[in-house]
Design a protein around this ligand. Sequence first.
Ligand code: PMP
Length: 436
Amino acid sequence: LCRSDSFSLSRQAKMSKPVQAQRLEGIDKNIWVEFVNLAATYSKVNLGQGFPDFPPPDFLKEAFVRAVSGQSQALHQYTRAFGHPPLVKVLAQFFGKLLGRDLDPMTNVMVTVGAYQALFCCFQAFVEEGDEVIIIEPFFDCYEPMVRMAGGTPVFVPLRLRAPEAGRLMSSADWELDPAELASKFGERTKAIVLNSPNNPLGKVFERRELEAVARLCVQHGALCFSDEVYEWLVYDGRQHLRVASLPGMWERTVTIGSSGKTFSVTGWKVGWAVGPDRLLQHLRTVHQNSVYHCATAAQEAVAQGFQRELELYGKPESYFMQLPRELQQKRDSLVQSLAAVGMKPVVPEGTYFLVADISEFKSDVPEDTSSNEPYDSRFAKWMVKKKGLATIPLSAFFCDAHKSSYSHFLRFCFAKEEATLKAANDILQAWKREK
Ligand code: PMP
């Protein structure tokens, strides 16, 4: 072989190897890319992706404007990497009060680029090759690829739907965590469990007995708990959100994750946080400092001011954390009514931005296709946005591949929308019903 031949052979060998890292295998498809695109192209009314179309509170917008237009040049520059000092201070005060313990702002709180990055830091910091991570289904879809990218193996445990009493609408409380089934998933390789209460997509607010079952198993098996509580303020009908970190034995093994996106209706600001013991947070800081390093200073300053206000008004009727769930509960009720009136059976959520509804009555509009592997609800959601202009997300997107087909006749609707948007959705549903 001459030199140029061997050069071209080695080049060919290199080119035939996949360019991407193996850890990306199987996680390249993403529900949001596909459905956000469909909604942008076809929807007249978008109840798909979870974001409000109403404005955030004035006090928060004003705080941001002050942060960027005020005299402080510092607010345009880097701040402390693990969280802007005013924000970590107020978060420590606020969550210290809720958890009933003294929190150190510098070691028990870390600010992240949305809850997404807090989750990513958890998986990167604690999960290794061979570790198992328990995920309760249905789940916010990024948990599974994040576990896999870290080299771990997700182990799924579905909530079980109990038949509701006759004549009553289904409730998210009818989806229950079976403690025996959960216990059967814990073993020597279990590193952590991901908990999400209130749960996206069902709106389920986990019961004390369910959280206690999780806590008992975590303590027994020495497992960690990543508790995604981004909808912590959005609970309805007087239900209480319980923090798993406040249960016995759980503080030292739990990272609690939150987001200003849901807390203050500013999902585009991407300010999130992780709260937990220093023995865990020190490792989140290692991931953060070597990847993201820092989050937007002005947004952190504004969120700090928002929390300062809420700390002063805590439990009072003027508090945004009291007002927002009241408003969202009305929106929930209005969408529940619209769906029930046309025969899409809603599952009334106890919390969050979302509800799911059973579309079985509408199946005649979209014939089954036995030749397709695509879950029925996904085909239905695509048909509906194209033909009716109403965008939603199929529930099967929130289950692992093996379980998708068992949960493929529900759609997820986001009701964190202006009255006019919900009315437009109602008009589409009513017109469709009349055509049938
Ligand atoms: N967790 C859950 C359960 C969510 O629904 C979302 C957003 N839809 C996130 C985390 C991500 O939050 P953020 O926008 O703050 O990154």
